[in-house]
Design a protein around this ligand. Structure first.
Ligand code: BEZ
Length: 387
């Protein structure tokens, strides 16, 4: 019995080893879940371009593994998010998910990633819980938490001596959390937020709220909008005559990737973010040059975050020589890595969120120009994260 069993067992072990070796040499399956339609479509496109650019710069491989892409358009629709992410997890059997832009969609992705133990890298959505209460060893973010740019803009607004602010945003996690960060820093700096205004995502009917701002005449208005909604808001603010009477300040998404469409309405607007187009470093200059050559377009913050998502995955895969089965080694390397980003070098907090230098920028021509550091090495508190 023992003699007959041994060869069969050995054959089984050999087959399993062969299967595992094959699994480590086949292309790594990366599922890109990003918006290709709707108000955030351009943001999704820039993230994908940034990700692909870094992989292309490494010869199409990360850690020696070819990369195979699978794509899903999430439409920035939280109600479709679980079905959409399961297309990548269950239908395509991807190894890693990269996505997305919208915080509500990303929260559903994080839940699915936790349930299925699939590695997730978030290249934009700032929902605090992703690197807070929902944190997990295999969930990483290459972008920011919503609190970070909100807080940095609050520091800037208080520093300018404004005392009475109103806020305006979309009524979902990104808007709410960004406003919370702004309010925390602004009130710590001696200001007071008199009123929070909002519209449902992705509505762009701002007229009634602009009328209210004109009536209230605060010292400053803080806004969080992005993509197509930011274009409409900045133009409407100007058309209502408010740009000349009530200063508008925002987290940098208000003017990032949108300046051409916003035209004169955005010129001179000051915002705070972890990237500025004209950061004059060899790393940023090389990145922007290669991006422009490859895509015949200028890079923006979303492209940087996609690029850095690929760098983060690359750091993990390089540490295990492409052997994705060595998950602990990969995760350990990703936790400890320093990303040499076009935005400047950064590390991750213990809850896997970037620790960021936040810049004050001003919209000049087609660029969000660097004006100085608003807050150095700003770390999200990672509230509720237990790892
Ligand atoms: C968000 O939903 O988290 C988000 C969307 C666009 C820009 C920034 C944050």
């Amino acid at each position: 019995m023992r003699i007959a069993f041994r060869p069969a067992l050995l054959a089984l072990i050999a087959a399993a080893a062969l299967g595992s070796a094959r699994a480590q040499t086949r292309p790594l399956k990366v599922g890109l879940m990003l918006p290709a339609t709707g108000t955030y479509a351009a943001l999704g496109d820039m993230i994908e371009r940034g990700f692909r650019l870094y992989v292309q710069e490494q010869g199409g491989q990360l850690g020696g593994r070819e990369i195979q892409y699978f794509r899903v358009d999430d439409e920035s629709d939280p109600s479709k998010a679980t079905d959409n992410v399961n297309k990548l997890i269950k239908r395509d059997n991807v190894d890693v998910i990269v996505g997305t832009v919208h915080s509500g969609v990303a929260l559903a992705m994080a839940r699915a990633a936790r349930d299925s133990n699939t590695m997730l890298i978030v290249p934009n959505a700032g929902a605090g819980a992703i690197t807070g209460a929902m944190c997990a060893p295999h969930i990483f973010r290459s972008s920011f938490s919503n609190w970070q740019p909100g807080y940095a803009t609050g520091v800037v607004a208080a520093g300018k001596g404004y005392k009475r602010a109103m806020t305006i945003t979309w009524n979902y996690a990104a808007g709410q959390e960004t406003v919370k960060g702004f309010t925390e820093a602004f009130e710590k700096g001696g200001g007071k937020v008199a009123k929070d205004l909002s519209v449902p995502f992705p509505n762009v009917e701002f007229q009634a709220l602009l009328t209210e701002i004109a009536a209230q005449k605060p010292d400053v208005v803080f806004a969080f909008f992005a993509g197509g909604g930011a274009v409409k808001f900045v133009k409407d603010y100007d058309a209502a005559g408010l740009k000349k009477t009530v200063p508008l300040i925002g987290s940098g998404f208000l003017t990032d990737g949108t300046l051409e469409a916003q035209g004169a309405s955005a010129q001179g607007l000051q915002t705070a973010l972890h990237y500025a187009d004209n950061l004059d470093t060899p790393r940023n200059n090389a990145f922007r040059k290669n991006f422009a050559l490859t895509f015949k377009a200028n890079a923006d913050v979303y492209a940087v975050q996609g690029y850095d998502a690929a760098q983060l995955l690359g750091a993990g895969l390089t540490a295990v020589k492409g052997d994705f089965a060595k998950r602990d080694g990969m995760i350990g390397a990703m936790r400890k890595t320093t990303i040499d980003s076009p935005r400047g070098k950064f590390t991750l907090s213990t809850s896997h969120n970037p620790v960021l230098d936040m810049y004050l920028r001003e919209a000049v021509g087609k660029n969000n120009e660097y004006k100085g550091v608003a807050v150095k090495a700003l770390a999200d508190p990672g509230t509720g994260c237990k790892m």
